[in-house]
Design a protein around this ligand. Structure first.
Ligand code: ZN
Ligand code: ZN
Length: 256
């Protein structure tokens, strides 16, 4: 047993997570969140884009997906990356890998809306980034999910070939440029002809899922579906609104 595993073992033995709230730590009874914290997490229901899965004002395809359909077929996510949702993801990345079980429970439910996949792959990290964190959170998630839905994980199917700048402050086009050519497929023979489910922690603009899908399709994947624990709510900006009025008539909801 390595040190990290041993620490987790001790933590899970002496502080059973099922009896405390995953956000604030107060005692709970068989729920992951206490009632107060549960209020701060916006679980995604019907009101979301049927393509990218992000929360939308109305349950219809978002303008981004309408104007430029993503390469992946469909994506789902469990909650909005805001308020309590941000805190949960932050904990997951900051050493609380045990949250993978809760998140996999949520995603297993969401995945029922996707066609069955042949295998699961996960968003890779550079070796350096993984050493810094001690684990790849998307990999943990992929394995917990695999146990629930009985679909195998292809370990190290992908690699991140270059370190990227912090994405948060960049606009979508800049993010795309930043991530372009950043992912490579390690095991094309295991990807070819398969329907693939990509596991991710957070979907912000969808550029990561898009770039990974590009690499998977180039390696011969049939279809790629994506699931993320959290995603950023889709909000109509002023410019979107203008193009909405302009394009509404002639752009059919082909993928709704
Ligand atoms: Zn709480
Ligand atoms: Zn969308």
């Amino acid at each position: 047993m390595n040190t990290e595993r041993f620490k987790n073992f001790l933590a899970e033995t002496f502080f059973p997570k099922s009896f405390t709230c995953d956000i604030c730590g107060v005692e709970t009874f068989k729920t992951n969140l206490c009632p107060d914290c549960a209020e701060t997490v916006d679980f995604i229901g019907e009101g979301c884009c049927p393509v990218c899965g992000r929360k939308t004002v109305r349950p219809e395809i978002c303008l981004e997906c309408k104007e430029k359909p993503p390469l992946f077929k469909k994506a789902v996510s469990a909650f909005v990356y805001e308020n309590g949702g941000v805190l949960l993801i932050k904990k997951f990345k900051d050493g609380n890998g045990y949250l993978k079980e809760y998140f996999a429970d949520l995603l297993a439910e969401k995945i029922k809306n996707l066609p069955a996949a042949d295998c699961i792959v996960y968003v890779p990290m550079t070796k350096k980034a993984q050493r810094r964190r001690g684990y790849n959170q998307s990999e943990l998630l992929a394995y917990s999910l695999s146990k629930r839905i009985n679909i195998p994980v292809i370990k190290d199917a992908l690699k991140k070939v270059k370190e990227t700048d912090e994405q948060k402050s960049l606009a979508k086009s800049e993010r795309a440029k930043n991530l372009s050519g950043c992912f490579a497929v390690n095991k094309p023979e295991e990807i070819k002809g398969k329907n693939i489910l990509l596991a991710d922690d957070v979907m912000t603009t969808g550029v990561t899922a898009e770039e990974i899908t590009r690499a998977l399709l180039a390696a011969g994947a049939l279809n790629v579906y994506s699931c993320a624990v959290a995603s950023v709510e889709y909000k109509i900006t002023k410019t979107d609104n203008a193009s909405d009025i302009k394009s509404k008539k002639d752009v059919p909801h082909t993928r709704a």
